[in-house]
Design a binder for this molecule. Structure first.
Ligand code: PEP
Ligand code: MN
Length: 337
């Protein structure tokens, strides 16, 4: 449930409400809006006497949240969450582009890609050290060696860094090397992993499971948030449909639907959703036009030699062209890039 405070409610009255919730063994979250404060209550509310909250000074009304996800819902927090990572704001008016190779292959390639995507306007460097591959014989990633390279290249270029974590045992390790931690599509419902990344401070990119509904995605965000980490970035990366001409089907409508249901930032991965280089530019344009707060794009200086996902990684020149186009689209919808 949420407790809506009166416009004129004092700081002290909000604090009293907060402690009443805490004393009942429940979790309270205060959200300060421009006009009034809202206090969210999470936990088993079956034995809670809602009327007793109504009587507290400064309380205007009590609303029950009907959605199964609470902390992630817009009912709970009406204004957009803006996540600040070293000054890069995700979820605000400015569109944030993350780019880089699928996998961290070596320092030379990552640095080359990083310099080029930065010059084109990317703010965040992507790249995986742990790769969830369909085949156990395919390149599995460089592991900690790759994390070290990512950290070094991030430092050299001044880019914010991000990478995937696949295993609960590596959460702490990964969180020490990069700024943003990514949960891949295959782990969206690995609940132990979600709980573990809920305990770290790094923002989390949560990719939609390839066969997951929007509600399931939001329930997974709830797992992370319920452990204390509220900095979750939702990522639409394509879902499985009967269509075979693309690797997945990019669910563009998920963007406005998620923005309506949740206050969390929403980004789009046009690379894994399409699986084809020539589709990355049009799908990126569409995603921004549909209201995405950012993109995560695979860019490789020599995709023909890439150790994974070569066919979908775009060239740095294509990326520069795309950034210029996105600039125009951002302007047309009253945003910046
Ligand atoms: C990735 O972004 O590196 C990746 C593997 O994507 P997904 O989990 O969406 O397949
Ligand atoms: Mn990839």
């Amino acid at each position: 449930m949420i407790i809506i405070m009166k416009k004129e409610a004092t700081e002290d009255q909000v604090t009293k409400v907060y402690f009443k919730i805490k004393n009942l063994g429940l979790t309270a979250q205060i959200s300060k809006g421009e006009e009034r404060s809202i206090v969210g209550v999470i936990g088993d509310l079956r034995k809670v006497d809602k009327e007793s909250f109504k009587m507290l000074p400064g309380v205007e009304k009590i609303i029950s949240i009907l959605k199964p996800y609470k902390l992630a819902s817009r009912e709970f927090k009406p204004h957009d969450t803006v996540i600040d990572v070293k000054g890069v704001k995700i979820g605000g008016n400015e569109i944030v582009v993350m780019a880089g190779p699928c996998a961290i292959e070596n320092e030379e390639i990552l640095l080359d890609a990083a310099k080029k995507v930065k010059a084109a306007g990317a703010k965040i460097l992507r790249g995986s050290a742990y790769k969830p591959r369909t085949s156990p014989y395919a390149f599995q990633g460089l592991g900690e060696e790759g994390l070290k390279i990512m950290k070094k290249v991030g430092k050299k270029t001044g880019l914010v860094t991000e990478t995937e974590v696949m295993d609960v045992r590596n959460v702490e390790l990964v969180s020490n090397y990069v700024d943003i931690v990514r949960i891949g599509t295959r782990n969206m419902q690995n609940f132990d992993l979600l709980k573990e990344v809920g305990k770290i401070k790094n923002p989390i990119i949560l990719k939609r499971g390839m066969s997951a509904t929007i509600e399931e995605l939001l329930m997974s965000a709830e797992y992370i948030m319920s452990e204390g980490n509220h900095n979750v970035i939702l990522c639409e990366r394509g879902i499985r449909t009967f269509e075979t001409s693309t690797r997945n089907t990019l669910d563009l409508s998920a963007i406005p639907v998620l923005k309506e249901l949740s206050h969390l930032p929403v980004i789009v991965d046009p690379s894994h959703s399409s699986g084809k280089r020539n589709l990355v530019l049009p799908m990126s344009r569409a995603a921004i036009a549909a209201g995405a707060d950012g993109l995560i794009i695979e860019v490789h200086p020599k995709p023909e030699e890439a150790l994974c996902d070569g066919p979908q990684q775009i060239l740095p020149d294509q990326f520069s062209k795309l950034m210029k186009e996105l600039n125009q689209i951002a302007k047309a919808i009253g945003r910046k890039i």
